[in-house]
Ligand binder design. Sequence first.
Ligand SMILES: *[C@@H]1O[C@H](CO)[C@@H](O)[C@H](O)[C@H]1NC(C)=O
Length: 185
Amino acid sequence: MAPLFSLLTAVLVFSYGPGGSLGCDLSQDHIQFSKENIALLHRMQRIGSFRCRKDRKNFGLPREMVYGSHIQKDQAITVFHEMLQETFDIFSTEHSSAAWNMTLLHGLLSGLYWQLEDLGTCLLPEMKEAESALGMEDSTLAVKRYFQGIRVYLKEKQYSDCAWEIVRVEIKRAFSLSTKLIEWF
Ligand SMILES: *[C@@H]1O[C@H](CO)[C@@H](O)[C@H](O)[C@H]1NC(C)=O
């Protein structure tokens, strides 16, 4: 993971340059990055999903991650941030670099990293304090549990090509559904 990360940092500095933070002015850039993430996840496909139909699983996407679940803006940022972090963690493992095309994987990780950095500036300390009061911990917990399920599944399937394919499709779907969460920031 360490070498992958250094490479990633190099890619980032190269692609986006320093000081690209836009604070909480999220809408357009995040929607654009999310669209690119979805496009990369789409292009990463290596085997036919149909071949892996026996490995399909319902991971129980939490309703907090889906647009229309009436969560507040602050909560949506927290949920979205958690989703980016968990996705980054899953795809920055050694198992992941063995499974995917490195060019596409680096593109995905760079995009996620940029979003995490940018969104991190929005997670102000006051917001963290307000989290428990607003029950945000519950929604973050739901997202954590969902990704924990994905990690357990990958391990159980011994990181097989089909397991990764199922996970790729699942996360692409999660991104498609949750990108709408940030469209009204
Ligand atoms: C990885 O993807 C890139 C971009 O689509 C492509 O140019 C390259 O040939 C691929 N590499 C492998 C090993 O498939």
